[in-house]
Design a protein around this ligand. Sequence first.
Ligand SMILES: [Zn+2]
Length: 109
Amino acid sequence: MKAGKTRSPKKEDFTPAEQRAARASRIEVSEADPYGWIAHSESDDKQNYHLFRDPASKRLVCTCADFIFRGDANPAYECKHVSAVLKYIGRRYLEQDYNPLRQQQQHAA
Ligand SMILES: [Zn+2]
């Protein structure tokens, strides 16, 4: 990567959600055994978080402290690992499962 830019936006220019999204790009995601996903943070080599879909809410659940504490107060809260896994699932879906015909049918119905 080139470092030739003279002006780069400051951290304060972004909303907390945007800052989380930026951090999510540094998280590696892989499929977990037997289910769910593992989020691996590049900045913190020792930490792996297990994510899975909660059967009741159908939302992703993360095992990190950020998610547990803030998710408790706000059920819609998404930690950086949830954001990263959602991105990963979205890419996989586009590559493997996305079917434009089925989408048309859903719109027609
Ligand atoms: Zn998390």
